[in-house]
Design a protein around this ligand. Sequence first.
Ligand SMILES: *[C@@H]1O[C@H](CO)[C@@H](O)[C@H](O)[C@H]1NC(C)=O
Ligand SMILES: *[C@@H]1O[C@H](CO)[C@@H](O)[C@H](O)[C@H]1NC(C)=O
Ligand SMILES: *[C@@H]1O[C@H](CO)[C@@H](O)[C@H](O)[C@H]1NC(C)=O
Ligand SMILES: *[C@@H]1O[C@H](CO)[C@@H](O)[C@H](O)[C@H]1NC(C)=O
Ligand SMILES: *[C@@H]1O[C@H](CO)[C@@H](O)[C@H](O)[C@H]1NC(C)=O
Ligand SMILES: *[C@@H]1O[C@H](CO)[C@@H](O)[C@H](O)[C@H]1NC(C)=O
Length: 547
Amino acid sequence: MKVPKLAVVMALFVMHVYAQLSPTADDVIDMTYLLTPETLHWPGLTGFNYTRISRGPVNMAAGWFEDNDFCGQEHQGTHMDAPAHFSKGKWRLHDIPPHRFFGPAVRIDISSQTAQNNEYNLKVEDVQKWEKENGPIPDNSILFIYTGWGKHHDNRTAYYGYGSADSWLDANGNPLLHFPAVSEDAAKWISSNKKIAGIGTDGPSVGPSKTMMAHVPLLEKNIFSLESVANLDKLATTGDAVAALPVNVKDGSGAPVRIVAFKKAQFKPGPDDVIDLTYALSNETVMWPGRNPFQLFVLDRGLVNLGNNTVWLEQNRFCTPEHAGTHLDAPAHFIKGSWRTHDIPAHTLIGPAVRVDMSKKAENNSDAVLTVQDLEEWEKENGRIPDNAMVFLHTGWGKFFTDFEKYLGSTNRTNWLNDEGQPLVHYPGFSEAAAKWLVNNRNINGIGSDTISYDAGQTTSFPAHVAFLGAKKLALENVANLDKLPNTGTTAFVFHMLYKDGSGAPTRVVAIKNSAITAGQVSSGVDIRPMFVALMMPFFLIFFRCI
Ligand SMILES: *[C@@H]1O[C@H](CO)[C@@H](O)[C@H](O)[C@H]1NC(C)=O
Ligand SMILES: *[C@@H]1O[C@H](CO)[C@@H](O)[C@H](O)[C@H]1NC(C)=O
Ligand SMILES: *[C@@H]1O[C@H](CO)[C@@H](O)[C@H](O)[C@H]1NC(C)=O
Ligand SMILES: *[C@@H]1O[C@H](CO)[C@@H](O)[C@H](O)[C@H]1NC(C)=O
Ligand SMILES: *[C@@H]1O[C@H](CO)[C@@H](O)[C@H](O)[C@H]1NC(C)=O
Ligand SMILES: *[C@@H]1O[C@H](CO)[C@@H](O)[C@H](O)[C@H]1NC(C)=O
């Protein structure tokens, strides 16, 4: 009797190991609103804006260059509230362990109640009724409250229940807003009885609009909240998986977040299954010579009065170049008329991660480049680079990230070229031939490197930029922790901040071990796992009968 059980365990183990995610457009729901200067912002705060640095022809690379700076609100558009937003001493944005960003998605629908009452707040009974019908809310899930408010997302009067963009509090500090959200009782009940990682809503806030006090019990338990979540009408009641990856702002009380739900996958990562490939952005983040710094501006960090309550409140805004810290280059950065940030299809942001290690080669040569031969040797050892892969180039430069002079290989903080037009900067990168080989011979989603540019420092023609961006590949710079990424066996999530017309964007890049994913399909599009398991079953049975 024991033998078949063991065989089943073995079979499940085999299924697990081979789950590698490579979704199609139909497999994902992007639950993120596109952020624009017109996106509504909380009354009394200022909104997202950007400043064009360059958009036009240049005498360089493919002859075109786009770049912007922008200023953002932590709590605008689709965003995450970190526990520290309303709870002193709890996790700020960069403290949240990244495995909590992945889990089962659960949806509770209160849209019929809110159609009758625009200030209906989720009740304890609503949650209990849901559990009676669907079973207990799984541990580590992200719970979404579908209020139906998404349809008002562009109308300030309807969305906030208040038409003014000025202060949201009356003279006595009482909120003037009216929208559906979560009741304080439900927030207390959920935070004491459920082990969820986060709670989200399609309304402007978990509220409730009269007091905001639902935040406190949730955030005190380190449960993050997701606000202004898009497309909740498309999410299943149960059975979908979700990844919610915020921009990594050091000491942030929140941040813009990219939320994607998956129809054919489940994630169960523990802390050791996740490698965060993202640096936290701060005033100290090393920038390209001559570029503006990232700047975090503290708006509140202390006790404030909200109506009858005194609460801890943290919030900040930030201004930054698009190409700061761990970030994505959109094809339009170098290619006229090509994709800007909002044109990139969401399902291409997920795929098998491979790491190509050239750190030995670069150890004593900061001008070293990755060659086609290096890639061929890599494939001899590790197998063919899979379809839809993200190829990460590990040069070893990550260890210099906090030291401008070592990271850039130059002491000049304002110019990267000398007066003769020769590059002052030195760091390794892709050769032109290797970049072209990957584009022409392998079906990759994109690439990334642990340097400030995936082209080596000593080029002025940026051949890797031209090759990758010309082929509409994702291209990442300043990728963190590549020393910790195994060569194969993980899946990368490359969730860039979603705003309109960006030439690039801050990006949360996270790899999770394939053993923490169960997927309905593998990257080939044909799922051979059940067949494999069926074929192997007799051997398992024989094997266990023998011992
Ligand atoms: C963007 O917002 C910041 C902060 O409110 C402000 O200082 C800056 O002038 C604004 N920029 C533009 C282009 O409106
Ligand atoms: C916005 O919403 C308000 C309140 O529901 C409504 O009166 C108004 O007509 C809406 N405006 C537009 C442009 O739809
Ligand atoms: C970041 O730099 C800006 C500009 O110097 C400054 O106003 C701001 O306070 C700094 N932020 C932090 C967190 O030090
Ligand atoms: C605040 O307290 C006053 C006096 O007890 C009460 O009348 C009022 O309803 C309270 N406000 C809220 C939003 O609970
Ligand atoms: C780099 O130089 C150091 C010091 O000379 C030497 O010990 C090391 O072996 C060299 N590394 C490689 C990969 O050649
Ligand atoms: C940086 O390079 C520029 C261009 O060659 C030069 O004018 C400037 O003096 C340099 N700055 C420093 C600190 O070396």
